[in-house]
Design a protein around this ligand. Structure first.
Ligand code: PEP
Length: 255
């Protein structure tokens, strides 16, 4: 199955508008010749409008958001709606990142509501799943992944699944410098795809892109992205500088 790789930057609570402008200036020239990989940048909300203006509908670099409300509009102080993101030509939205789950208490039920709101609004969700170290040490990683996928993707149809990207991010590998080995990551991705097959059907599951996230760097990107079920990367720390992020993107070029 020929799945176009998707490499996304999750800037988290980093990068001012001025820093975003500087980043893009450098990054654009670094990926000018790069083809065959979908690039996504998810800046903080405050930098989305500027980035949107600078990208001007670029086909090469797509705009993402790091979170979104499940509600459409109204009295939800501090929240951002899907419509607001769409107005700025945001295409992807990261949902259920482990930091949202752990620090802000987001449950699979809430993530599922957000997934449906995103899909109904024409946004493509990047749904994050992943086990903690404790869960892996107890040999429970597959069961945890299955529960998160079933919960977060409840009532998503096979047709809608075509617009969903999954990010497998073992919590113990995020921001820790500890990466899952290519074998561990491949095993988890294959398991995720099997579950997606149960939730929809095999043909649909074969089309869904599954990103790996967790301390991806230029030095490990190539081996991770060459695994058969790894279809891209969700990158935190190494996406804050143009050069390492561009190197990771290049690791996704079809060869
Ligand atoms: C992330 O937060 O999605 C992530 C993978 O972070 P890092 O690359 O810094 O581990």
């Amino acid at each position: 199955m020929n799945r176009k790789k998707i490499v996304a930057a999750n800037w988290k609570m980093n990068m001012t508008v001025a820093e975003t402008v500087g980043f893009l200036e450098n990054f654009r020239s670094l990926v000018d010749e790069v083809n065959g990989v979908e690039i996504v940048i998810a800046p903080p909300f405050t930098a989305i409008a500027k980035l949107s203006e600078l990208l001007g509908g670029s086909q090469k670099i797509r705009l993402g958001a790091q979170n979104m409300s499940n509600e459409k509009s109204g009295a939800f102080t501090g929240e951002i709606s899907a419509t607001m993101l769409r107005e700025l030509f945001v295409r992807y939205v990261i949902l259920g990142h482990s930091e949202r789950r752990q620090i802000f208490g987001e449950s699979d039920v809430l993530v599922n509501k957000k997934v449906h709101t995103a899909l109904a609004s024409g946004l493509k969700p990047i749904v994050c799943v992943g086990e903690t170290l404790e869960e892996r040490d107890a040999g429970r990683e597959n069961e945890v992944l299955e529960a998160q996928l079933r919960g977060s993707l409840a009532a998503v149809t096979a047709e809608q699944m075509a617009d969903v990207v999954i990010a497998y991010e073992p919590v113990w590998a995020i921001g820790t410098g500890r990466t899952a080995s290519p074998e561990q990551a491949q095993d988890a991705h294959a398991h995720v795809r099997t579950i997606l097959g149960h939730l929809t059907n095999e043909a649909t599951a074969a089309k869904v892109r599954i990103q790996y996230g967790g301390s991806v760097k230029p030095a490990n990107a190539q081996i991770l992205l060459s695994q058969p079920d790894i279809d891209g990367a969700l990158v935190g720390g190494a996406s804050l500088e143009p050069l390492p992020f561009a190197e990771i993107v290049k690791a996704g070029v079809p060869r």
